[in-house]
Design a protein around this ligand. Structure first.
Ligand SMILES: [Zn+2]
Length: 63
């Protein structure tokens, strides 16, 4: 069943090539938060552009 859940933005937050539902949102500097799936949470913290450090992460959906 499809829903209005946000899709993962991928580890870089630029292109969405993942397609999984987002479970976390990573706050970023000067741009909108990056929605990511559990798999891409780690990579997005390390490689996403504008990610705050230390990271600020919100749980936005059930895994
Ligand atoms: Zn993903």
């Amino acid at each position: 069943m499809s829903s209005d859940r946000e899709m993962c933005g991928g580890p870089y937050g630029e292109v969405s090539e993942c397609g999984d539902p987002a479970v976390f949102e990573v706050r970023r500097h000067d741009r909108s938060s990056l929605p990511v799936c559990p798999l891409h949470l780690g990579p997005s913290l390390l490689m996403g552009s504008g990610v705050l450090w230390p990271p600020e992460i919100s749980l936005v959906a059930r895994p």
